[in-house]
Design a protein around this ligand. Structure first.
Ligand SMILES: O=C(O)CCC(=O)C(=O)O
Length: 291
């Protein structure tokens, strides 16, 4: 009953004044973002600086976080999985395996990383949980039009923390991660201004290159392209506008941890939304391969 009333009030507001509706929507995002901290007081000054950078710019980079041998092992295990258990490999603009931490200890190392976990906890101001981890592989045949993850987008309209690691060196050619600096939505005034420039609705999570170009034309320094060697970790607030740049040549392998506040975690939702997710009791060597 309450919900029905709310719904009809909303549609009335929309009919009477789209402008008022837009203002209310922006105010809602602003208020939802207030539950997260905007200053960080860890005893480790270096960690605070990273958190502050993620807050201010939307990202921070940890060079040489993992070694080359680990990256190569991840790639080999990705291909083992693809060969022996293809039903867990989802093919879109890329090939991806959700729940990769359950495939092996190799993948679990990134998923279970304590430093990354503590950054996520602090960024949310509460214990974070990994909604899902994935490993992906992009090649030009698939990723050339849109890039990994689709075109430009925001993962959600309020704070969202993610860590990614490149498993192969990434150049301008093989689909680097890209971000519009400072577009994370808790910069409310910037968010409002960007929305006016793109001309997209305030709740638009998907944007085309044409929508984003005016932002870059106004200030080219806002386009950050993450070219980096394998083993580099990027910490990112994906409420900001981002994408995997369309791949021109070569291939790219990466892993992602999608953290959310633990209070929002819903295992049923995760398994439904990202299905098939590799289950906890998975065994790589089981006989009943699903080829
Ligand atoms: O693969 C990439 O570089 C981008 C991935 C992405 O946009 C996402 O996970 O939301």
């Amino acid at each position: 009953m309450m919900n029905a009333l709310k719904k009809s009030a909303k549609s009335l507001v929309w009919k009477v004044s789209p402008k008022l509706n837009a203002t209310l929507r922006m105010e809602r995002y602003k208020s939802l973002n207030t539950k997260f901290p905007n200053v960080f007081n860890d005893e480790d000054a270096q960690k605070n600086a990273l958190l502050q950078q993620v807050y201010d710019q939307g990202f921070a980079v940890l060079p040489s976080y993992f070694d080359a041998a680990w990256c190569e092992k991840c790639i080999a295990e990705f291909h083992d999985m693809k060969e022996c258990h293809p039903s867990f490999v989802q093919s879109r603009e890329d090939d991806r395996i959700f729940g990769c931490e359950n495939v092996s200890e190799t993948f679990a190392r990134f998923h279970d990383d304590k430093f990354l976990q503590s950054i996520a906890d602090q960024y949310y101001g509460e214990t974070a949980k990994i909604n899902v981890s994935l490993v992906n592989h992009v090649e030009p045949t698939k990723g050339s039009v849109l890039g990994s993850g689709g075109d430009w987008h925001r993962d959600r309209m309020i704070r969202q923390f993610k860590a990614l690691v490149y498993l192969k060196d990434v150049t301008d050619e093989n689909g680097p991660f890209q971000y519009i600096v400072g577009s994370n939505t808790h910069h409310h005034a910037q968010f409002k201004a960007d929305t006016a420039v793109t001309g997209m609705p305030q709740n638009a999570t998907r944007l085309t290159d044409k929508d984003v170009q005016p932002l870059v034309d106004r200030d080219p320094s806002r386009l950050k392209t993450f070219t980096a060697p394998k083993g580099t970790v990027v910490l990112v607030d994906t409420s900001g506008i981002h994408r995997g740049m369309p791949i021109k040549d070569g291939e790219r392998y990466a892993m992602f941890n999608y953290y959310i506040p633990a209070s929002e975690y819903d295992s049923n939702y995760v398994h439904k939304k990202f299905a098939p997710v590799v289950p906890e009791n998975f065994s790589m060597n089981k006989n009943d391969q699903d080829r």
